[in-house]
Design a protein around this ligand. Structure first.
Ligand code: ZN
Ligand code: ZN
Length: 430
């Protein structure tokens, strides 16, 4: 629901705010049960998460912004008239978008009536239909991806990574708009070209735990060329990391410098046709923010790309065991048909894990494989000298301690460690 002025959301609860009167006062939506806090309005372009819902049916995971007729409804309540400014931009969930594309607006109205719980009220359906038609009859071509939705977590496996990369590349080259606030509208073709050249990195569960823990304490870092594992790359964490809920990051050089794009996984919880359409039209990843990591600048430890920088540092300090896994036959065939070299996925694991060495042919993270449980990790960063004449300083992560799910003896010794006080400092360093 976009007003002519910039849309505002509450910084406390992340819900978009309605306006009341002129000049506007920002109020929480009437249906929202808050804890009583005052609305704290900030422009939505400053937030990477907005708890928007589908303006057609109320679904909490909208994916597209549609542009259409300006719609204003006035609800007369017991105390005052509330102007519900639906605006000329509506959020649509994957299901409503599918029905709209299929010219089944009647199903969209059914969804709205059901969501309101007013199926038996005689006039409700007619009123909703009027609102939807006022908007849709004046709909403009094109749509914009909503990148501020936090979807239920989904897992991207190593085997899926080539396809995930290809869909993302296609999305960048396609006609669907990205929010202007991301700042990559003019470089999206260059980002697509970079993705095509990218090395593909899939971080395993334990390494992800380590990287997330390390990212939380990351000191300021000077980024140098040798820290970055490849000129162009995309990296996947198999679960959302940090409070930003990131699933992937890509890096490439554009006319604006080294452009980093951070992504969230989308489509969790969807089924059937809406899911199929989303995978075809967008893929698995939505860019949630873009940033730059210029070399030799001091990058603050709380930088939006901290999880990526921590992962790079851990790989660079030889914590990682990087093995190439061959993709499965179906993917290889698809590439062969289009005369493209078969992609190689680099699996990043913690070096020296005592778990059975998976052979390089086998993709981890495939459904049906052993489920990894959460590892417990601790450690701290220390600046160490490196480079010519050891004149440079780079943070090195010291004494990470790991517990793997497939490693029973270590699990036993964890108990001992926690109970005894004479253990070495490195092991108790948590
Ligand atoms: Zn609020
Ligand atoms: Zn919907």
């Amino acid at each position: 629901m976009t007003a002519p002025h910039e849309e505002m959301a509450c910084q406390t609860c992340l819900y978009p705010l309605n306006t009341l009167g002129m000049p506007p006062t920002y109020v929480h939506p009437t249906h929202l049960a808050t804890d009583g806090h005052e609305p704290a309005p900030v422009p939505v372009s400053q937030l990477d998460t907005v708890r928007r819902s589908c303006d057609f049916c109320g679904d909490p995971y909208p994916i597209w912004t549609l542009h259409g007729g300006e719609v204003t409804a006035i609800a007369i309540g017991p105390t005052a008239g509330l102007v519900q400014d639906f605006g000329d931009s509506w959020a649509a969930c994957a299901a409503c978008q599918t029905h709209i594309d299929d010219s089944r607006n009647d199903i969209v109205i059914d969804r709205a009536v059901r969501a309101l719980g007013l199926a038996n009220h005689p006039h409700v359906r007619t009123r909703i239909e009027e609102l939807h038609q006022a908007f849709l009859n004046a709909r403009l071509a094109g749509r914009t991806l909503i990148t501020t939705t936090t979807w239920p977590a989904t897992t991207i496996t190593a085997a899926e990574l080539p396809k995930v990369r290809d869909r993302l590349t296609r999305f960048y080259r396609g006609n669907n708009n990205l929010p202007a606030a991301l700042g990559i509208t003019d470089t999206r073709q260059q980002i697509a070209a970079g993705l095509e050249r990218s090395h593909l990195y899939w971080i395993d569960n334990d390494f992800t735990d380590l990287a997330e823990h390390a990212a939380g304490q990351l000191p300021d870092v000077r980024i140098s060329r040798d820290l970055i594992p490849s000129a162009d790359g995309i990296l996947i964490w198999p679960r959302p990391v940090t409070h930003r809920q990131l699933t992937a990051a890509s890096w490439t050089t554009t006319t604006h410098g080294r452009t980093i794009v951070l992504y969230r996984a989308i489509g969790g919880g969807l089924h059937g046709k809406p899911l199929q359409r989303l995978r075809e039209q967008v893929g698995w990843l939505a860019p949630t923010s873009a940033t730059h990591l210029p070399e030799q600048h001091l990058t603050p430890g709380d930088h939006p790309a901290a999880a990526l920088v921590a992962t790079w540092l851990l790989i660079a300090q030889q914590t990682a065991d990087v093995t190439a896994a061959r993709v499965d036959k179906a993917v290889a065939k698809t590439y062969a048909r289009t005369n493209r070299p078969v992609p190689e996925v680099r699996i990043v694991r913690i070096r020296g894990r005592s778990s059975p060495r998976p052979d390089a042919e086998k993709m981890p993270g495939n459904p049906g494989g052993p489920q990894a449980s959460r590892s417990w990790v601790s450690g701290h960063w220390r600046n160490q000298a490196h480079g010519p004449g050891r004149s440079l300083r780079r943070p090195v992560y010291i004494h990470p301690f790991l517990r793997g799910p497939d490693d029973a003896p270590i699990k036993l010794s964890t108990t001992v460690r926690m109970l005894s006080s004479h253990q070495s400092e490195s092991q108790d360093d948590k």
